[in-house]
Design a protein around this ligand. Structure first.
Ligand SMILES: [Zn+2]
Ligand SMILES: [Zn+2]
Length: 120
């Protein structure tokens, strides 16, 4: 392991964009808020202990944008299921591409769980 870690003893900076990295979870990766580079906690090595001191400052990492397609609990809209004819489907949106290219809407039949997607 000869690659120099991009961190000093007290503060971690993103190696790509130079932003200060968020504090790490105990078991998990750290994602740069600015450029979305993801760092494995192993990269922090022996400075990990320093970070546990400030752990409470960032106890919650936002995972709301992670869509779980197997657990469709989104809002329900009136939309006819093409498979079973039920007229209620739940939907969730996911930004799959860059921000200016719209988003994909996932519809899930609340009756038979049939899924379909629609690009907006
Ligand atoms: Zn960065
Ligand atoms: Zn259905």
């Amino acid at each position: 392991m000869t690659e120099a870690a991009p961190f000093n003893s007290s503060t971690a900076f993103c190696a790509k964009c130079g932003s200060i990295l968020p504090l790490m979870e105990e078991f998990g990766t750290v994602e740069c808020y600015t450029c979305k580079s993801v760092y494995d906690p192993v990269a922090f090595g022996n400075i990990k202990f320093n970070y546990t001191i400030h752990f409470n400052a960032i106890s919650s990492i936002n995972t709301d944008n992670v869509l779980n397609l197997d657990n469709p609990e989104g809002p329900v809209v009136e939309r006819k299921c093409p498979k079973c004819g039920n007229d209620k489907m739940s939907y969730a949106t996911l930004q799959l591409r860059s921000a200016d290219e719209g988003q994909t809407v996932f519809y899930t039949c609340i009756s038979c769980k049939y899924k379909e997607t629609e690009n907006s």
